[in-house]
Design a protein around this ligand. Structure first.
Ligand SMILES: [Cu+2]
Length: 169
């Protein structure tokens, strides 16, 4: 008799799960529908580039190519220069314009070769004239005629220490 009473208890289940699923779907839809904020692309910062732009143009002067004057007369001028301890004995030379002149180059160093190169500027393309590399001894060279102006002379083997100004006037 007691068995019948216990087995007859009804069981109900609430339908709460369906309601919760609908609510989650609505939230997800709202999030994905949110408009993407339109951020303008970052503009180029003008100050650093403006500060850098003048330096490359200032550090690169134009190449000045000068060729000797053909058929120029001989001035008969002889200049002397001495190389010792990776230095020239002078940093300034002066020679006549539009005329051939002569250089007496003495290398006093037993083992270090030197040369004498004339150029209109520091760039390789600006070299106008150059002697061979010479070891110890005294050598004479005919330097071709150049238009008036300020030139560089140097030993290209020791360009950091053996440079000077050649005034052609
Ligand atoms: Cu040298």
């Amino acid at each position: 008799m007691a068995r019948n009473l216990t087995g007859a208890l009804p069981s109900h289940r609430p339908a709460h799960g369906v309601t919760a699923l609908v609510a989650i779907t609505l939230i997800v839809a709202a999030c994905s529908a949110a408009p993407v904020p339109s951020i303008p692309p970052p503009t180029a910062t003008p100050s650093p580039s403006a500060a850098l732009s003048p330096s490359p143009t200032a550090s690169k002067p134009p190449i000045v190519k000068i060729t000797p004057i053909p058929g120029a007369p001989d001035s008969g001028v002889l200049l002397k220069i001495v190389a010792a301890s990776n230095r020239w004995d002078t940093s300034a030379l002066s020679a006549p314009a539009a005329k051939i002149w002569h250089l007496e180059l003495t290398n006093q160093e037993r083992t270090v070769p030197h040369n004498f190169t004339v150029s209109s500027g520091p760039a390789y393309e600006e070299r106008i004239y150059g002697t061979p590399n010479v070891k110890k001894g005294t050598f004479r060279y005919d330097i071709p005629a150049l238009p008036a102006g300020s030139y560089l002379f140097m030993c290209t083997l020791h360009a950091n220490t053996m440079t000077g100004t050649l005034a052609i006037q």
